[in-house]
Design a protein around this ligand. Structure first.
Ligand code: SF4
Length: 432
């Protein structure tokens, strides 16, 4: 069977799509590009439902595929069908799966493709899941950076977020299995792995003895010493003295920490049901800076959350300045039906959300430039990924993009001295 996978949403979805790709190819199916002119036998849409905009994108894509490929088997899986029973069927899917039983997915798709009949639904109740479903890490397409999913689910119930309903409670990949997957990625030639999950700060809480994330990182570092480890998004509570001391002694851990902030105003954080205040947050940032040499500290910020006044927003921005992030992802608050925040009073008009997002973007730009300027004259091991306009581009351990001249550098790590700040990246020269 010739098939294509279209992926919407986060890194966990990308990882799960890669695993579905591998499983399909192992069964003898042929992975194709969706842009192939001819119709394929099956199309798989791995959906996201993090915002109402994501839902709109899911709907558009499913509708388009159904229209363009009326005879192909159309499978829809992921967070959207898990939280919207009946929607994918209405849009024309032949097979509807959720975020569970990815291993059983191909049995169901093969049956549907062999004999099209009534819509098949292959779904469980996410909130009842207790086991982490292990999937193969890596991918097929010669990527430089592999994703290693070590955790699924979330128990935080932030008031704006639907994900706990789509993914269920925290389940962790046991330490020995994670280390075995890391070793396999190293053997497969990957030079960097991103340790990710829905909420990796909670990794281990469901395992015997409740190991901590830092225990996992030590095991991964030992299992794959030649591979750089990069961490997915962390909650500030993870960063304490013990974490920093042990993390700083891991030779292959990238000094890049994405610490979810969402708001720098304590009143808004409380309304968001986030489990920290700005004082706890800044303590995490300071600890990281004490233990690592000018690490990349990045974050997410929501602007225009219900009830956020102009004064609250300015507090949030001032806090962002204080944290001096190297990069900032800014999201105007997006209403998500089914979440408590959707019912909060004080919804902010879209034009005002846009204005706040634009103002926050100016601050983010200033902070980014200041971080980049500080990197000039430093030397980093850069992992090169692709050639663009005659220069090779890759990332330094602190996740700043770097470009340099060279030959055939794909998947190579080279020491690069940063010489200047360019438009979209730092510029450097290879020194060894
Ligand atoms: S931590 Fe909050 S925002 Fe992140 S997945 Fe969990 S509930 Fe959603």
């Amino acid at each position: 069977m010739r098939f294509a996978i279209l992926t919407l949403g986060c890194k966990v979805n990308q990882y799960e799509s890669q695993a579905l790709e591998q499983a399909g190819v192992l069964r003898g199916h042929i992975l194709c590009d969706v842009s192939d002119a001819t119709s394929l036998d099956a199309y798989i849409v791995n959906t996201c439902t993090v915002t109402a905009v994501s839902d709109q994108k899911n709907r558009q894509l499913i509708r388009r595929l159904r229209r363009e490929h009326p005879h192909a088997a159309l499978a829809v899986c992921g967070c959207f069908p898990q939280t919207h029973p009946g929607a994918a069927e209405e849009l024309g899917a032949d097979l509807v799966c959720g975020t569970g039983d990815r291993n059983g997915f191909w049995d169901a798709l093969e049956a549907v493709a062999a004999q099209k009949g009534p819509v098949v639904t292959h779904m469980d109740n996410a909130l009842k899941r207790r086991e982490f479903e292990e999937l193969p890490a890596g991918g097929l397409s010669g990527r430089t950076r592999a994703l290693l999913k070590v955790e699924d689910g979330c128990c935080n119930f932030c008031s704006y977020c639907i994900i706990p309903y789509a993914r269920g409670p925290v389940r962790s990949l046991p330490l020995d299995k994670a280390a075995a997957q890391a070793k396999k990625l190293a053997d497969d030639g990957f030079r960097e792995m991103v340790v990710n999950g829905i909420e990796i700060s909670s990794w281990g809480r469901d395992l015997p003895g409740q190991p901590a994330l830092i225990d996992l990182l030590e095991a991964l570092s030992a299992a794959a010493p030649g591979v750089r480890l990069r961490l997915g998004s962390l909650e500030p509570r993870t960063i304490d003295e013990d974490f920093c001391r042990r993390a700083a002694s891991l030779p292959n851990l990238c000094p890049h920490f994405h610490l979810s902030l969402q708001s720098g105003c304590d009143k808004t954080l409380k309304a968001m049901n986030r489990k920290y205040d700005s004082a706890r947050y800044i303590r995490s940032v300071e600890l990281l800076r004490q233990h690592f040499d000018d690490p990349g500290v990045t974050t997410d910020l929501i602007v225009g959350f219900p009830g956020e006044t102009e004064e609250d927003f300015q507090k949030s921005l001032a806090f962002v300045e204080k944290c001096a992030f190297s990069a900032l992802h800014i999201f105007p608050y997006s209403r998500r039906p089914g979440t408590p925040a959707d019912k909060l009073p004080g919804q902010v008009p879209s034009a005002e959300k846009k204005r706040r997002a634009a103002q926050a973007a100016q601050v983010a730009e200033r902070l980014r430039l200041s971080y980049w300027q500080r990197q000039v004259d430093r030397t980093f091991p850069v992992l090169f990924e692709e050639e663009k306009d005659g220069l090779w581009q890759g990332h330094a351990p602190n996740y700043v993009a770097v470009r340099a001249a060279g030959e055939a550098l794909h998947n190579q790590v080279r020491q690069v001295r940063i010489t200047a700040v360019g438009g979209e990246s730092l510029l450097g020269e290879i020194v060894e």
